[in-house]
Design a protein around this ligand. Structure first.
Ligand code: KIV
Length: 272
C-alpha cells in the first residue's frame, strides 16, 4: 500500500490548502507505529508531547522533557517515513526565551524532526519568529493548549465566550493571525466550536489542522492510541477505528492460559 508515494515536503503543505485536499496527521512515538501509520498513508506524523499522558502515564503534558522528546523523535525518524515528521516542543523549552526556543528546535531537527510544533498565539509570536529565522519550519497550536493546563483549570474547550481574554473568541482569532504573521507554515486548532474553527480556517492562508474543531479545518489530527481504541479513556471528539485495547487483552490472556495449560509452545514452536 502506498509504496510508490514520494516524500511529503514542507512547501507541499500549501498545495493541500490551495487544492482543498484534507491533510491527515496522527501521533506516533516510536519506530513501529511510525512505520504502520506511514504505510497507511498519513501525510504528517506528530511526535506529540501527548507522549506524557499516552505513554508515560502522566495526568497532563507538563512533565515531558526535551530529552524525552528528542528520544521519541529519533525513534520515529528511524522508520524513515514518507510522511513529514513534526516534533513537539515540550513545556519549558520555548517559553523562557526566543533563544531557548531556537536551541531546542535545533535539537529536535537534529533528532529528525522536519517541522517543530509549539503552543500559543500572541504570546508565542517571538518564539515562532526566532525559530523561523533559524530556517526551521514551525507549526503553531491554538485553542485548547494542553501546556496551559493550570491556567485553563484543566483541558477545557476554548472560544465559547466572546472577548479578548485568554480563550475568548476574539483572542483566538488574534492568536491565529499572530501565528501566521510570525511565519508558521501551519497550525493546529484544538477543542474550539466548529464555527470558530471555520472562521479561522477561512481567514488563514496557511493550513489549519483540527482536533475537536469540526470538519472545516484544512486537515485533521488524532492521537493514534485514541484512533486505534488502545486508550482506556474515550473522548467525544475522537473516533476509534479499532478496538485494539480489548483485542490486546484477549490475545495476552489467551497466551497466559496457553502457557499455564502447556499448549504453548507446541512442536511447531520448538527447535530440534
Ligand atoms: O501532543 C499532541 O498529541 C498534540 C495533538 C493533540 C495535536 O499536540
Amino acid at each position: 500500500m502506498n509504496m510508490q508515494r514520494t516524500k511529503i515536503t514542507v512547501p507541499s503543505l500549501a498545495d493541500y490548502k490551495l487544492n482543498r485536499v484534507p491533510l491527515t496527521m496522527v501521533t506516533a512515538y516510536d519506530s513501529t507505529f511510525a512505520a504502520i501509520v506511514d504505510e497507511a498513508g498519513v501525510d504528517l506524523i506528530l511526535v506529540g508531547d501527548s507522549v506524557a499522558t499516552v505513554m508515560q502515564g502522566h495526568r497532563n503534558t507538563l512533565p515531558v522533557s526535551m530529552d524525552h522528546m528528542e528520544y521519541h523523535v529519533q525513534m520515529v525518524a528511524s522508520a524513515k517515513p514518507k510522511a513529514l515528521i513534526i516534533g513537539d516542543l515540550p513545556f519549558g523549552s520555548y517559553q523562557t526565551s526566543p533563544r531557548d526556543a531556537v536551541i531546542n528546535a535545533v535539537r529536535l531537527v537534529k533528532a529528525g524532526a522536519e517541522i517543530v510544533k509549539l503552543e500559543g498565539g500572541i504570546h508565542s509570536r517571538d518564539a515562532i519568529e526566532a525559530i523561523v529565522r533559524a530556517d526551521i519550519p514551525v507549526m503553531g497550536h491554538i485553542g485548547l493548549t494542553p501546556q496551559s493546563y493550570h491556567r485553563m483549570g484543566g483541558n477545557k474547550i476554548q472560544g465559547r465566550q466572546d472577548g479578548n481574554q485568554s480563550g475568548g473568541r476574539d483572542r483566538l482569532l488574534a492568536d491565529a493571525r499572530a501565528v501566521e504573521e510570525a511565519g508558521a507554515c501551519s497550525f493546529v486548532i484544538e477543542a474550539v466550536p466548529a464555527n470558530l474553527a471555520t472562521e479561522i480556517t477561512t481567514a488563514s492562508t496557511i493550513p489549519t489542522i483540527g482536533i475537536g474543531a469540526g470538519a472545516a479545518c484544512d486537515g485533521q489530527v488524532l492521537v493514534l492510541h485514541d484512533l486505534l481504541g488502545l486508550s482506556e479513556r474515550t473522548f467525544s471528539f475522537a473516533k476509534a477505528y479499532s478496538n485494539l485495547r480489548q483485542q490486546s487483552i484477549t490475545a495476552v490472556s489467551e497466551y497466559v492460559s496457553d502457557v499455564r495449560n502447556r499448549s504453548f509452545p507446541d512442536e511447531s514452536h520448538s527447535f530440534h
